[in-house]
Design a protein around this ligand. Structure first.
Ligand code: SF4
Length: 689
């Protein structure tokens, strides 16, 4: 080892896992990660981290890292030089664009990669290749929440900060499991409860750790959150418990909205949700009695046929009770990936340029055409759900995807794989040979967060810098460099030498983040958008009015979309979610030996009553079968779940147990987010332990 390698280096970084956005110093010696040291000045977490942030870094040195470009030869891949691989990809992209037009190619960006890399990917799709076919994985999770917020309050981000969640009088968590999915955030809530008696309501299908600590746990039938939310709001309005002054001054659309609630009586809600009248009234009264209320939600709400509408119902409830636009209140869709917020903020969606400016606005397009010196496309782009359909229809011929294991995380995996088989060209860029790589024609080895610089934006809209701790392993490269090298082979003339230049270009073009720059983000400093030109940021949104016409929020009437229900053949409801120890499809955490040994595999949770009825014990190997596919997992019998409701964590890189072989292609009607949470299965016993 050289002397330099022997020195201990301390580098400030941001966690590569969930959307809480914990930041800390990471100590390295050579390539060895020695420890993670949190600092008080870390804005989202101070001295807290969870098991993933603290111990989840050894994957960077895994022997399985991709370190050389690969090109497909029949059923095999062979190592290639960068020159060869980039030239191959550029040539094929050029040929396909010439033969079938720019809209025959789709681009998927990464919520695990930096803002700068996401900005470059959408610029690549739009400015270099001429299409709006660009999307990111928020389509799989929080796009419906963004829709709910945009309809009612205006901006597609959490309305306050983790600090507000921790200081609210009452927190309501709907369809989310922060104890496992957003651990440090749940620690803040636990502390708030202990310290000053913060009240907590949890609505979920599963009695998760937060539900155990709740003052009130609601267990509605699957797909009925919308109904109890509407009924509680109606009850509050009918009993004059709404915030009349707030409604008069700051909100429009009350009369029409009230009419839309007529059907949602307590009786109707009891009948549909299975909750009792007392539970519904107690919920309403807890909201009435709280000085400030925050509602946090996640995929239990969004991944349904009516995900956007239930998200809207949550925002409406907050508006009716005056719980928006002041500290300690508001709407908190909890972002899953570390940078899912940033991928959307920086324009990786077909309908939006960076800063959520519409991609069909002439004024916006002309601004970008002037800045980028190109003619931009006017055609409507495809989202990732539509891309899969377009491949099956023969319209989409090629894809370029980075940092996303779409083959495992999109719903109806078999259908997605069939689509990938049909592609004439599939370019995949990742740090590991993921399931998606199996379908690739060319694979570019990329670098994880510790090997590059840039920024991430957490669930609080907080932009934070990460600094480079390690050199890229082998021949792998940061994603922004790969995208630039490919762009330049396709006629662009990009000369970015550091992500800072990309960031400066991106934010200068937006109103949303104009005043953000690397100096203002130095070290542990952070900025929550919107960021004004003078650098003033916005920990709480809407203090001076909502981002809607006249500064008034909009009560937005919505209707219930009944969920798909079980039938005789597929008689069990299958829910899914996350494990504390693993992240997403597990490509990183299953390659951390300490974590992998502790939780080596996923499992299906089965209620004691169902287990008794079917003769199942913890350890029994079962097969779950849906109309779309099957998986094989071991059972865990637990009273966390009830009756015929099963729970299968999504965190596994093993195809034989991945939940998305069971999920369907049905989706939220507005945003096309898959209805992962509306899955019915039947269960067979394979063997008893
Ligand atoms: Fe990382 Fe999230 Fe854990 Fe914080 S809570 S350390 S961001 S995984």
């Amino acid at each position: 080892a050289t002397l330099r390698e022997e020195r201990i280096k301390k580098t400030k970084t941001v966690c590569t896992y969930c959307g809480v956005g914990c930041s800390f110093e990471i100590w390295t010696k050579g390539r060895k990660v020695l420890k993670v040291e949190p600092q008080m000045e870390a804005p989202a977490n101070q001295i807290s981290t969870c098991v993933k942030g603290k111990f989840g870094w050894d994957f960077v040195n895994s022997k399985e890292r991709l370190t050389k470009p690969l090109i497909r030869h029949g059923n095999e891949f062979r190592e290639a030089t960068w020159e060869e691989a980039l030239e191959f990809a550029a040539k094929r992209l050029r040929e396909i664009k010439e033969a079938h037009g720019p809209d025959s190619i789709g681009y998927i960006s990464s919520s695990k990669c930096t803002n700068e890399e996401n900005y470059l990917m959408q610029k690549f799709a739009r400015a270099v290749m001429g299409t709006n076919n660009i999307d990111n994985c928020s389509r799989y999770c929080q796009a419906p929440a963004t829709e709910g917020l945009r309809r009612t309050m205006g901006l597609g981000g959490d309305t306050g900060s983790i600090k507000d969640l921790a200081s609210a009088d009452l927190v309501i968590i709907v369809g989310a499991n922060p104890a496992e999915s957003h651990p440090v955030l749940s620690t803040r809530l636990r502390r708030a409860k202990k310290k000053y008696g913060q009240k907590l309501i949890v609505a979920d299908l599963r009695k998760n750790d937060m539900a155990n600590r709740a003052d009130l746990f609601l267990h509605p039938r699957p797909g009925t959150d919308f109904v109890w939310l509407q009924a509680v709001t109606k009850y509050l309005l009918d009993h004059n418990y709404a915030d009349a002054a707030f409604l008069a001054e700051k909100v429009t659309g009350l009369e029409e909205y009230k009419r839309s609630l007529e059907a949602y009586t307590l009786e109707f809600a009891v009948e549909q949700t299975g909750l009792s009248k007392e539970e519904l009234i107690r919920t309403a009264e807890m909201i009435r009695d709280a000085k400030s209320v925050c509602i946090a939600w996640a995929m239990g709400v969004t991944q349904h046929l009516g995900g956007s509408d239930t998200s809207t119902a949550i925002c409406n409830l907050l508006l009716v009770t005056g719980n928006a636009g002041r500290p300690g209140t508001g709407a908190y869709p909890l972002r899953g990936h570390n940078n899912v917020q940033g991928a959307g903020d920086f324009g990786c969606a077909p309908a939006f340029m960076p800063g959520y400016e519409p991609s069909n606005s002439e004024a916006v397009l002309q601004k970008y055409e002037k800045a980028w010196g190109v003619k931009l496309p006017r055609s409507k782009g495809l989202d990732n759900h539509q891309m899969v359909e377009a491949i099956h229809d023969g319209q989409l011929k090629a894809m370029y995807l980075f940092g996303e294991d779409m083959a495992l995380v999109d719903s109806n995996a078999n259908y997605v794989h069939e689509a990938f088989e049909k592609l004439e060209l599939f370019i995949v860029q990742d740090i590991f040979f993921s399931k998606t790589c199996q379908y690739a024609d060319v694979i570019f080895p990329a670098s994880p967060s510790l090997e590059k610089e840039g920024t991430f934006t957490n669930t609080e809209r907080r932009i934070q810098r990460l600094y480079q701790a390690l050199e890229p392993l082998g021949e792998s490269k940061p994603d922004w460099i790969i995208i630039q090298e490919l762009a330049n082979r396709l006629g662009a003339n990009w000369n970015y030498t550091h992500p800072q230049e990309i960031f400066e270009e991106a934010v200068a073009l937006t109103d949303l983040m104009k005043g953000a720059n690397y100096e203002r983000l130095e070290g542990f400093k952070s900025l929550q958008w919107p960021v004004a030109e003078d650098g003033t940021d916005s920990p709480v949104l809407y203090l001076d009015g909502f981002q809607k016409p006249g500064g008034k929020a909009q009560l937005y009437p919505v209707e219930w979309q009944r969920p798909m229900v079980e039938n005789e053949e597929f008689d069990l409801h299958l829910n899914n979610g996350r494990l504390l120890e693993h992240f997403h499809e597990g490509n990183m955490t299953y390659r951390v030996p300490g974590i992998e040994e502790k939780v080596p595999t996923t499992f299906v949770e089965i209620s004691p009553e169902l287990a008794a009825e079917r003769g199942i014990q913890t350890g029994t190997l079962v097969r779950l079968i849906s109309p779309y596919g099957k998986v094989k997992v071991r059972a865990v019998v637990t009273d966390r779940v009830k009756g015929k409701e099963l729970y299968l964590p999504m965190n596994t890189p093993k195809a034989e147990e991945a939940v998305n072989y069971l999920t369907s292609s049905y989706h939220d009607t507005i945003t096309h987010t898959p209805a992962y949470k509306e899955t019915s299965v039947r269960m067979e016993i394979i063997e008893k332990d």
